[in-house]
Design a protein. Structure first.
Length: 381
């Protein structure tokens, strides 16, 4: 009877456990063709500093990470479901002509399923996305002197949501849960959270394993589960900021690749129109266009490679690899290279048409001169 009472007491304790942590919203915006290599001293009234990653796990002696410029903004109070919460905001400026906005919202919940509503969080005044867009517009206006060819409208945006849990409940025997063990027990609930499914019990085993299959753990009490547009982080108190930074970097890559893909789509459309018209007079402009695009891609690849240098914390590098696979960044690179090759082939056809035109014109001129020479010879005789 004593054991039964003890078990009931523990079960009641588990039922009263509340998950606490933060939902971190990451928004990447393409704001310009490129950024001038000038240090920014102030942004939105706050001092700007370089963000540095510190080694929190096993790492080599020589560390190197790309350091974007970062500003932390004052906290703001927002009304959520009748309660007031204090949100944290920060902005990072990347040399590739992009900014990343991070908004952190604290939470408490009895069940993992209760966090699904945070995907599309609504404040009393606006939504979390409206908050990020407004902040991006204000930052872009201030950053305009540092931009090369700034965009007229912030159309390119990528968002990523990270759910951070500080602690896990204890097991029935009062021992601490290992993070991987907890994930195996709650796999469907975690998959529902990442896939934005409120009825996680209806998810198939295949979908649950697919959504939660890419996870990493370093210590027994930490865990990082990565999905397409959301992630779950447990523990990782010391390295949480660095993990979020790696996710920001991958998200910035995604928005820049998307922006460049749209640019190539427009160039391809123009190339098809030029090929259909076969206007040889525009050949010089066409080739100048092609040279600019090729130079842009070389610069773009170099810059993106620069911001993903992880010669340091191998755990962070593993997280980035999983993110890169989830975002299909390698496929984006391959598609862009193929489109650039197609663009070059199309312009090569136009160049060949231009050469053929002048060859025919030259041959006609030679024949005309020969006929004229024969006529003059006959007239002379």
């Amino acid at each position: 009877m004593a054991n039964l009472a003890n078990n009931n007491c523990i079960s009641e304790k588990q039922q009263n456990f509340r998950y606490s942590g933060e939902v971190v919203y990451i928004y990447a915006f393409d704001i310009a063709y490129d950024m001038k290599r000038q240090p920014i001293s102030e942004l939105l009234g706050q001092p700007v500093q370089n963000y540095h990653i510190g080694p929190s796990k096993r790492s080599p002696k020589q560390l190197f990470f790309y350091s974007p410029q970062m500003v932390k903004l004052p906290c703001k109070e927002r009304l959520i479901n009748g309660g007031v919460v204090e949100i944290q905001r920060s902005i990072k400026v990347f040399n590739v002509g992009a900014i990343s906005i991070q908004i952190r919202v604290p939470f408490e919940a009895l069940k993992i399923e209760e966090l699904v509503c945070y995907h599309e969080l609504k404040f009393a005044e606006n939504s979390i996305e409206d908050e990020a867009k407004q902040l991006a517009r204000e930052a872009t206006m201030k950053l305009e002197p540092y931009c090369v060819k700034p965009v007229s409208q912030l159309n390119q945006i990528e968002n990523y949501t990270v759910f951070y849990l500080r602690d896990l409940p204890d097991k029935d025997d009062s021992s601490a849960f290992q993070a991987e063990e907890w994930l195996n027990i709650n796999r469907n609930h975690v998959a529902g959270l990442l896939a934005e499914e409120s009825n996680a019990r209806y998810l198939s085993k295949q979908e649950a394993e697919e959504s939660t299959g890419r996870y990493l753990t370093y210590y027994s009490n930490d865990l990082v589960v990565i999905d397409w547009d959301a992630a779950l982080v447990i523990g990782e108190k010391e390295s949480l900021d660095d993990i979020l930074h790696i996710m920001e970097v991958a998200n910035v890559q995604l928005v820049e690749l998307s922006a460049y893909d749209r640019l190539l789509d427009g160039s391809l459309e123009k190339a098809y129109r030029d090929l259909a018209k076969r206007r040889v007079r525009v050949s010089r402009d066409i080739h100048r266009n092609l040279r600019e695009i090729r130079v842009d891609l070389a610069r773009f690849s170099d810059e993106l490679s620069n911001i993903t240098k992880f010669f340091g914390d191998w755990h962070l590098a593993r997280i980035y690899t999983n993110l890169s696979n989830r975002f299909h960044l390698a496929d984006w690179y391959r598609v862009i290279r193929e489109k650039l090759k197609t663009l070059g082939d199309l312009y090569q056809l136009l160049q060949q048409d231009w050469v053929n035109f002048w060859m025919v014109l030259l041959e006609a001129t030679i024949v005309l001169l020969f006929v004229l020479d024969v006529i003059l010879l006959l007239v002379g005789l």
